[in-house]
Design a protein around this ligand. Sequence first.
Ligand code: PHB
Length: 397
Amino acid sequence: MPTCTPERTQVGIVGAGPAGLMLSHLLGRAGIESIVIDLRSRDEIEHTHRAGILEQGSVDLLVDRGVSDRVHRDGYRHNGIELAFGGSGHRIDFQGLAGASTQLYPQTDVFIDLANARERDGGDVRFAVTDVSVDGLTSDSPTIRFTDSNGAAHEIRADFLVGADGSRSLCRHQVPEAECTQYFREYPFAWFGILTEAPPSAPELIYNHSPYGFALISQRTSKLQRMYFQCDPGENVDDWSDDRIWDQLQTRLGANGYTLKEGPITSKTVLPFRSFVQEPMHHGRMALAGDAAHTVPPTGAKGLNLALADVRVLAEELERAVRSHDAAPLATYTQRAVARVWKSQHFSYWMTTMLHTLPDASPFDTRRQEGELASVTGSVAGSTYLAEAYTGWPGSK
Ligand code: PHB
């Protein structure tokens, strides 16, 4: 192993997805140095399709903190969604019920904006590294070691570390079992996700419950659409021809009176479903943020929004920690972040179980689910909860 001179920084961040880059950006604005590393190349992250809905608070964070205003120009404002079941669609009017909207703007674009902003502001982001390890989390100088994309070994000594390294987090695994609690829930289904070169089939998202299973109709642009349908977690994309996919989607949407506009399918992936939280969201001088600390199933599009909400709080607490040379603000981060984490966990779980077809559902389960959907869409109180949670609890801190 070649020797290297250790580098110093104030905050070492593992993971250059939206959480890691936004954190580095916010710290930079507060005059705090950071180095961000990622195992993936920039190109690989840019081409991983993820969810596409931003809460108002996420849009504000991107715009007000000077990342980009492209989200307004290239995104699409949505003032509601359709919940389709029992033969027809039922609109949830976000503006009327919660005075808020969402913005259709894919996570890959959020990543591109953040990576460009870090480059513009002279941020230190190193993609495509290998052999990452973290060490000394409870010491005064936690360390990240890695090999850069040219094969050179590096050691970074930081005042604080952040694991923003996604659901298969390496950082999370450094927390001793006795020091944390992990909460899990598995689901007996997954989503089959596609991108299709077709015009939009609807102006807003359709969350479609049907006897044939759940489907979600989302959009990307006037020429590219994103759609999902509930499938078995073991499904293999190679078994699904375009015709077979369109047949499934048309049958599910047709049950509620919709017809989809078809086009060539350019991407097919199976997305696993899982709910997970690790508490506390810090250990010694390391904090966890985004999917490294918690995973939500994709129904309701909370994952990215929750990650951005984490780092908004974490940047404030890390600023205190760096300035006071004290790890106590990391405990305050956990305290402040965790309340939103569990509200988002509940909302994602609730949307998931309300809308999907359970493989072993009894006739009672099915009829009860229809009763639940009717209770939500038929009541101002019921639909207001959905509107507030979906748009990100407007006014909450
Ligand atoms: C998406 O557009 O990818 C999307 C939208 C809403 C969700 C999940 C994914 O709940």
